[in-house]
Write a protein that binds this ligand. Structure first.
Ligand code: 5AD
Ligand code: SF4
Length: 362
């Protein structure tokens, strides 16, 4: 079947998705263009910005792919003080970011829950309730999610990493800390707590097949998520998964698969938010621009102070940019306009999908 025939269908089958993922580079452009037109129609040709603050690299988990896993003793651990975090929030507000993401390693304790709760309240106070807060703090209890939501956080990112249970346990050792069902439960609890919920996967994992990726697409649709952050897996030398590096696709193929998945999710779910991931920019210097052209609508510049940022290495990435510089903002503007988009500086950029769902309920 030709690509046009597939794209004009109302619903894709699993085979259709696998065929789209197999497209060669030339034909992929047709997929990207179609996804960009879908974005324009359903969420507009707009790009929204979130300032990312990686506030702590202390993590109790041992994900086999991640550079800041608990077991990696080569990492200098840090936690930014509340004052430093609030300074970063002020920087975000002064630089026209109307949303921030607070990301950190995963810790589950009463003290941590209360600390984050206080922090959310302080950020709300500082910004007079104006800044949009997204959290990316891993698996937590239902009560914790609800508490943070009540205090003002409104979006939450928790990637499923892979929706295939078998593959999930090839990248996480199954134990009380790493459990597939718990991850799915958490995503449901987040939805139940009225967050705009984002999830995503890593693309190009060792032993991952196109079938797995097609199933991931259906997983995200079935869960009816509001936002997606997904990107290529990039190996890190200090992690156990590095041993399987011989099995990996070349980086550019992992990148192209990521672009195709962005397009497929845009075409399928239409009004969700999709981020252009940093990992894509790590592989290709035009990564963010290409992701926007393929249907993404969110950029997340990293405003973590430089002295901390270098210790938050999930994968091997030489920071190419000082994302706190004016020059970087000029780059963002260039990528966005090259993609044909307009930056909406003054808007939170809430997921239209989430809003539409609320509307349907009423
Ligand atoms: N390559 C790509 N992405 C990674 N992440 C963690 N380690 C890696 C890696 N080696 C992603 C995971 C996690 C998010 C915070 O970062 O998907 O959910
Ligand atoms: Fe911790 Fe997240 Fe890294 Fe897993 S992916 S080790 S939870 S920071």
């Amino acid at each position: 079947m030709s690509i046009k025939n597939i794209l004009n269908k109302d619903n894709f089958s699993k085979d259709d998705i696998v065929n789209l993922l197999k497209l060669n580079e030339n034909d992929s452009n047709e997929l990207y263009d179609f996804a960009y037109q879908t974005k324009k129609k359903y969420v507009g040709n707009f790009t929204y910005l979130r300032a990312l603050i990686e506030y702590s690299n202390i993590c109790s988990k041992n994900c086999l792919y991640c550079g800041i896993r608990y077991g990696n003793k080569n990492v200098t651990r840090y936690t930014m003080s509340d004052e430093e975090i609030l300074e970063s929030v002020s920087y975000a507000m002064d630089n026209q970011y109307s949303s921030i993401v607070i990301q950190g390693g995963e810790i589950e304790s009463k003290k941590h829950t209360e600390h984050i709760n206080d922090l959310i309240k302080k950020i709300m106070d500082l910004s007079e309730g104006k800044i949009g807060i997204t959290l990316s703090l891993g698996e937590q209890s239902y009560d914790t999610y609800r508490l943070w939501r009540q205090s003002g956080a409104k979006r939450y990112l928790l990637r499923i990493e892979s929706s295939n249970e078998e593959l999930f346990y090839k990248i996480h050792n199954k134990n009380e800390n790493h459990n597939f069902q718990k991850r799915v439960e958490c995503l449901k609890m987040l939805k139940d707590s009225d967050y705009q919920v984002g999830t995503g996967i890593m693309i190009g994992l060792p032993e991952q097949t196109l079938d797995h990726l097609a199933d991931d697409v259906f997983f995200m649709i079935d869960l009816d998520i509001d936002m997606i952050g997904m990107g290529p897996y990039i190996e890190h030398i200090d992690t156990p998964l590095f041993e399987k590096r011989e099995m990996l696709l070349p980086l550019n193929e992992r990148f192209n698969l990521s672009l195709k998945l962005i397009s497929i999710m845009r075409i399928f779910m239409k009004d969700i938010n999709i981020a252009a991931s940093t990992a894509m920019q790590t592989i290709d210097s035009e990564g963010k621009e290409k992701a926007l052209k393929a249907g993404a609508n969110i950029l997340m510049p990293n405003i973590t102070p430089l002295q901390y940022k270098e210790n938050y290495k999930l994968y091997e990435n030489k920071p190419k940019f000082d994302e706190l510089s004016n020059e970087f903002m000029e780059n963002i503007k260039k990528w966005v306009s090259n993609a044909g988009d307009i930056i909406k500086f003054d808007k939170h950029g809430d997921s239209i999908h989430y809003k539409n769902k609320q509307f349907k309920v009423k």
